[in-house]
Design a protein. Structure first.
Length: 426
């Protein structure tokens, strides 16, 4: 039966939908994806950047990983990140506009042409902004909606304009003015949500994947033995719901029958963090721990092997590396390259770092803290950096908070870096 369905769908798809495609250029894991109504793909990454494809055209303005994206108001692009900011990009302008700011990571962005922009923050708040009648020229007046008891992880407008949010506190709420009403109480935190005028789909930390009506009554339980649920997308015209999880699978659901039509092992290693259908619903794009965006023809999903070769430095078997290299791979490699030249990673290259004054790699946009810093990188300064953590040694920098407590581990790291950043081998 499944073979007949796949063949029938294939006959209805455009020829290009039969091709498996990759989009390469990011310098870190892909955290969010969205497709504009005209079909352009946007991506957000740990490398602090938003990419527009084909191209790519890079949108650079965040000071940390970009974790949330919305392209529903195209040609405008909305992005949010670990720097707590929500930026609006206008293609004709050189830089972004900060439209609002949270007190924690921005986890999700929803937009409705008639009802404005809503953002979810790890500060526990939903920020709600009305769109002006004319062009956006600066920060938008923000209403801060309070009610969740923990991080807000996802927000969505229904097609009719009702605003919903869900949280690590396990509740899914509808907002009525400044107040919210709980529709669902789940035993674990809710990560993802899709809202239509007839039903709500949500995915949770425990792997729960459920469909409820607008009053919260369960319609279907699609939970499988995988956790957590990390990504969802819905294509209304083809009635397809896509669900991505922490074990690398993409589950496809027919929302007319609430049957699972495909359960595809997409990623060989690591999670599916982002999903986005093409405008015709024939292709599903996915992002995860690789620097690559993958796109599969939906009708042929079952014919592909998992992607990713498992060569990411932090996925290698720790026992295969000496301790200094192991410390580098765990603490530094996702943000920093060791080779000379430009890199799309979140941080500047470490090639030649010893003896170099901090904040001086040409072409890298540093924080104000490091721009003009008097720190010179040496065995002593790198040891101190990891002894007390970047947030204490250079407060205000972009470097994530991390400490290497054991002096022997720091010594091994520094010895490895002294060799690796000059191209030397043992």
């Amino acid at each position: 039966m499944m073979r007949w369905v796949a063949c029938t769908l294939l006959l209805a798809l455009p020829a290009q939908a039969e091709d498996f495609t990759t989009f390469k250029g990011h310098g870190g894991p892909v955290m969010a994806l969205d497709v504009s109504p005209t079909g352009q793909l946007a991506s957000a990454s740990f490398d602090n950047s938003v990419g527009l494809w084909p191209g790519p055209n890079w949108l650079e303005g965040h000071d940390a990983a970009v974790t949330a994206l919305n392209y529903g108001l195209a040609p405008l692009v909305l992005s949010g990140g670990d720097d707590f900011r929500v930026l609006l990009w206008r293609p004709e302008e050189a830089g972004p506009i900060e439209v609002t700011r949270h007190q924690g990571k921005v986890a999700d962005i929803a937009a409705h042409p008639d009802h404005g922009i809503a953002t979810a923050g790890w500060d526990g708040f939903v920020n709600l902004m009305a769109l002006p009648d004319g062009p956006v020229e600066g920060p938008l007046e923000t209403r801060v909606l309070e009610g969740h008891r923990s991080s807000v992880t996802t927000v969505a407008f229904s097609p009719a304009g009702a605003l919903y949010s869900a949280s690590a506190d396990g509740t899914l709420r509808i907002w009525e003015g400044e107040a919210s009403r709980v529709i669902v109480t789940h035993g674990f935190g809710i990560n993802e949500m899709i809202v239509t005028d007839d039903w709500i789909a949500y995915g949770a930390v425990d792997g729960g994947t459920r469909i409820v009506d607008l009053s919260g009554q369960q319609i279907a339980d699609l939970t499988l033995e995988r956790r957590p649920i990390l990504a969802m997308d819905f294509h209304p015209e083809t009635h397809q719901l896509a669900v991505g999880d922490g074990q690398g699978y993409i589950m496809m659901v027919d929302t007319e029958t609430w049957r699972i039509t495909r359960d595809f092992r997409a990623m060989r290693d690591g999670p599916v963090w982002a999903l986005a259908f093409s405008t015709d619903g024939a292709t599903i794009h996915a992002g995860g721990i690789d620097d690559v965006i993958y796109a599969w023809p939906v009708a042929l999903l079952d014919q592909f092997d998992p992607v990713g070769d498992g060569t990411r430095s932090f996925l290698r078997d720790a026992a295969s590396m000496p301790n200094g290299e192991r410390q580098f791979m765990r603490k530094c490699s996702i943000c920093h390259a060791l080779t000379e030249g430009a890199s799309r990673k979140a941080g500047p290259t470490l090639h030649g770092v010893f003896g170099r004054r901090a904040g001086t790699v040409e072409g890298y946009l540093y924080s104000e803290t490091l721009d003009g810093s008097e720190i010179v990188w040496s065995e002593d300064t790198i040891d101190r950096l990891f002894e007390i953590g970047p947030d204490h040694y250079i407060p205000g920098s972009k470097m994530p908070m991390q400490v290497i407590a054991d002096p022997a581990d720091r010594d091994d790291l520094i010895a490895f870096m002294e060799r690796a950043t000059t191209g030397e081998t043992e």
